[in-house]
Design a protein around this ligand. Sequence first.
Ligand code: GRF
Length: 218
Amino acid sequence: MSKAALGVLISGSGTNLQAIIDAIEAGKLAAEIKIVVSNKPGVMGLERAEKHGIPTAVIPHRGKSREEFDAELVEILKAAGVELAVMAGFMRVVTAVFLRAFSHRVMNIHPAILPSFPGVDAQGQAFAAGVKLAGCSVMFIDEGVDTGPVIIQAAVPVLPDDTADTLRARIIQQEHRIFPEAIRLYAEGKLEWRGDKLVVHGAEADAQAALVNPPIPE
Ligand code: GRF
């Protein structure tokens, strides 16, 4: 089976990038990271890439229009032979310049069960709202903010003693599981576009399964 050629976009610590690298190295994901691109220099995610021999690029965003930035990004990704762009903590809103060049081929991870809590600090929004279940989503992106079709989601409980930070830590553990899985579904041809609708093929969830919080006593 041929490997999916990935370009991973980051802005920071890159723990999701690490989860993808680990899944590839463990033989669980038939993919190759052609390049890691950051809009910020000196971030930990770049170090992680270098440690694993993955080429990196930094595109500073200051003094550029969003379209100019995206045009540079497209050029770098295309030159590296990238087929699927993966936004792993990439803190930028992208434009049609990027989305047109990688139509239906840009994935993003968001730390909430979309369409709840789009935008910044999703975990803090969920915590403040007092919901009992929180979680994360991987989706393909479109021109809205966190509005594209969802590929996979994970739910976690919000516990009585939680702070926004403990909740954040519980959510990111699940991010590290579902992001490589979403890419695997792509690499194995399980994500099918029918017009603008996405059909996800693959194992079906147990229809009786439910995460209830607070739990109902047996
Ligand atoms: C993650 O919580 C992701 O969902 C959000 O930014 C964070 C990035 O973390 N978009 P990392 O850089 O992968 O550690």
